[in-house]
Design a protein around this ligand. Structure first.
Ligand SMILES: [Fe+2]
Ligand SMILES: [Fe+2]
Length: 186
């Protein structure tokens, strides 16, 4: 699966209906969306920092002789470490889903839910590759704070941000009822 295919809404399987689901069960299922919201906020903060660096690179600070002590240098360092941290957070979120949530859903949801879980796992593989790419680019940025290395890192971040937001949207919508009705711990 490519990052473009990941975003293909028409190819994403839908779950079965759970007509007996209660309000409490539905509220439980919505917890996944609340968890995703925290990660979205992290990604938004990083995107803001990226915008600040772009502005600084276009301004006189980038031409200053002693760049080492400037806000630009500090923001480069911040961006590099924040990218690395977000990579680890997102990977951890997926490890938890694959280690606990998906196996419970598969066991309790039966064959009708299997295509949804298979699709989510395939999307995780794409995102895993994008996380690896960003992590490598972020490490490079910590060692070499140049505009070229930043541009590479920013492009990797944008690709991951896009894929993760698309995946979160699908996952939290498609799993809200199954997680609730099947009482899968989140
Ligand atoms: Fe996921
Ligand atoms: Fe998730």
């Amino acid at each position: 699966m490519t990052p473009e295919e990941l975003e293909d809404e028409a190819a994403r399987p839908r779950p079965p209906a759970y007509p007996g689901i209660t309000t409490t069960e539905r509220a439980h299922g919505r917890r996944l969306a609340a968890i995703h919201q925290m990660y979205r906020a992290e990604l938004s903060a990083l995107a803001r920092l990226m915008g600040e660096i772009r502005d600084e690179l276009a301004g006189p600070e980038a031409l200053a002789p002693a760049v080492a002590g400037t806000q630009l240098a500090r923001n480069f360092a911040l961006f590099g470490t924040a990218c690395g941290r977000d990579c680890a957070l997102l990977q951890n979120h997926h490890d938890i889903e694959e280690g606990w949530m998906f196996p419970s859903l598969a066991e309790r949801g039966g064959a009708v839910l299997a295509p949804v879980i298979a699709r989510l796992k395939a999307e995780h593989e794409v995102i895993h590759r994008l996380i690896g790419d960003l992590h490598a680019a972020a490490q490079m940025l910590v060692a070499n704070r140049s505009a070229d290395v930043f541009a590479n890192c920013a492009a990797r971040f944008e690709a991951l941000d896009r894929a993760i937001r698309s995946h979160f949207g699908y996952e939290e919508t498609v799993l809200e009822e199954p997680l609730g009705a099947l009482r899968v711990p989140i």
